[in-house]
Design a binder for this molecule. Structure first.
Ligand code: 5GP
Ligand code: MG
Length: 176
């Protein structure tokens, strides 16, 4: 495993993204919705850096991934607070093909928020297959499989305080 971003690097990037969000929201109330489970660590750090009155909730999006393979996406909005007429910020861990963010945004738009924007910790360069882009991204990274700071591989590594790229030998061939 190779460290890609240290805990200090992550902190610097998240603080800078929070500043941009604060400036763009100019003190107006915000409803912040984290996409479970990968966004948990970012969500916890980000909300403590926001300076406007905020409501916080979660939505679950799982693609039944095993290892690094991606399957069909299911979205569960049961845990999500009401977002109609609110300014909403969707928070996810990583924008890879973009299907997750695009589908969750599409579903949330139907619930008639006043506005909806998105932020991610990481954006994989050159992997997008959709025509939406996250409004805020803390870091651009190459197309490697990363773990830590909320991101898992087979349910492990979410608790690492830094971000690491798995080496090819660390990814089971069954999961590719
Ligand atoms: P997308 O729908 O943009 O292809 O993928 C988004 C989801 O796939 C993320 O929310 C995350 O759960 C997972 N994902 C994509 N790339 C990675 C990666 O490099 N590492 C980990 N751990 N998860 C990833
Ligand atoms: Mg995810």
């Amino acid at each position: 495993m190779k460290t890609l971003l240290s805990a200090d690097d992550l902190r610097t990037g998240v603080v800078s993204m929070a500043d941009r969000i604060n400036r763009s929201q100019a003190g107006k109330p915000l409803t912040v919705i984290g996409v479970l489970t990968g966004s948990l660590v970012l969500l916890a750090d980000l909300i403590r850096l926001l300076d406007m009155p905020s409501r916080v909730g979660v939505v679950q999006a799982s693609s039944y991934r095993e290892g690094i393979k991606r399957g069909p996406l299911t979205i569960n909005v049961e845990l999500m607070p009401k977002i109609a007429t609110r300014d909403v910020l969707l928070v996810d861990d990583i924008f890879d093909t973009g299907h997750t963010l695009s589908e969750v945004m599409g579903l949330m738009k139907r619930l008639q928020p006043a506005s909806i924007r998105s932020c991610v910790l990481l954006r994989k360069v050159g992997c997008s297959q959709v025509d939406v882009e996250p409004d805020f991204a803390a870091f651009d990274i190459p197309d490697v499989f990363v773990v830590g700071y909320g991101l898992d591989y087979c349910d492990a590594y979410r608790n690492l305080p830094y971000l690491a790229a798995l080496e090819p030998g660390e990814i089971s061939r069954d999961s590719e």
